[in-house]
Design a protein around this ligand. Structure first.
Ligand code: PEP
Ligand code: MN
Length: 343
């Protein structure tokens, strides 16, 4: 069951709802979105019905949600959500390009990649300081030093930062520097991490697990929402398939499916789907045509010496081609490019 507070409900009115639910032995999880506050109830539904929550001041409506993901479901939230990342919107009317290096390696490399990203039309910078690597012997990222480099580059370029967190214990530190916390495919069902990012007070990008179903993905998003954070952006990055020629198989159907099942924005990451730079722009086109709210790509000034994922990093002609696509295609599907709201 979900209590949807009316727009402009006072914090004390939300507290009163929580107190009444807890007084009846239930649990109440408050999610404060940009548009409205939602209280998810866990416990005995018959008992909640007897509480007459609908009559309480500030309550808009009380909805029984049949889906297991109550807070992120489209069912009780017909309007699509716009998430603001350091002032840059990701949502239904705009198109947002996020670009940057797979991993932060040096200040020079990160700044050069950020300039490339900006030149191609990106309004958010990506870059991993903590890298979840398949091999324990591979470069694991610069950690806190990488976060400081990202912050310096943000200072220099004005681009808000999207960066991955791989461990619940690191969330407070990463949240201190990042504008958006990324949860990677390998951690989509790391429930302690999902709860920690849910409580961190920063927008979250939730990548789809490489073998996750739509329901599993939305249940993972629900873990974040249940801790009070509805500023979640879903990211389709390709699923594991039987075809070895591509790194992962981009599931374009996920875009309209997520838009039907959830109110959360959805973007695609064609770089981690493709694994090869020559496939990135065609996949980006497919994502934009299918209605994605944004695209996230890897760029690198010297892909041949990149410590991580050089083969998929864009530069030169491929990046120019992406820039042309991003400058022209979103308008064809009714979107404007997402600039910083204050600019
Ligand atoms: C990344 O975006 O740097 C990354 C590791 O992606 P994924 O979790 O999709 O593999
Ligand atoms: Mn990568």
């Amino acid at each position: 069951m979900v209590v949807v507070m009316s727009a402009g409900a006072a914090p004390e009115q939300v507290d009163a709802v929580v107190a009444r639910v807890e007084g009846a032995g239930g649990s109440a999880f408050v999610s404060r979105g940009v548009q409205r506050t939602i209280v998810g109830l866990v416990g005995d539904i018959a008992q909640f019905q007897a509480l007459n929550l609908r009559a309480m001041p500030g309550v808009g409506e009380v909805v029984r949600v049949s889906k297991p993901y109550k807070l992120v479901s489209r069912e009780n939230h017909p309007q699509a959500t716009t998430v603001s990342v350091g002032g840059v919107p990701i949502g239904p009317d705009t198109f947002t390009l996020i670009a940057g290096p797979c991993a932060v390696e040096t200040p020079e490399q990160t700044l050069a990649a950020a300039r490339m990203a900006q030149g191609a039309g990106a309004t958010l910078l990506r870059g991993g300081a903590y890298k979840p690597r398949t091999s324990p012997y591979a470069f694991q990222g610069l950690g806190e030093r990488g976060l400081r480099i990202l912050a310096e580059v943000r200072e220099e370029t004005g681009l808000p930062i999207v960066t991955e967190v791989v461990d619940a214990a690191d969330v407070p530190l990463v949240a201190q520097w990042a504008d958006m916390l990324q949860v990677g495919t390998r951690n989509m069902q790391n429930f302690a991490l999902l709860q920690a990012v849910g409580a961190a007070g920063k927008p979250v990008m939730l990548k789809r697990g490489m073998t996750a179903t739509y329901d599993e993905w939305l249940m993972a998003a629900e873990y974040i929402a249940q801790r009070g954070n509805l500023d979640i952006v879903l990211c389709e990055r390709g699923v594991r398939s039987f075809e070895p020629a591509i790194r992962n198989m981009l599931d374009v159907s996920a875009i309209p499916m997520m838009q039907a099942m959830s109110h959360l924005p959805i973007i695609i990451d064609p770089s981690h789907a493709a694994g090869r730079r020559e496939l990135v722009v065609p996949l980006a086109r497919a994502g934009i045509a299918a209605g994605a709210d944004g695209v996230m790509v890897d760029v690198h000034p010297h892909p041949e010496t990149a410590l991580v994922d050089g083969a998929q990093a864009l530069f030169g002609a491929h990046l120019d081609e992406l820039a042309a696509v991003v400058a022209t295609m979103p308008a064809l599907v009714g979107r404007t490019s997402a600039a910083h709201l204050s600019s």
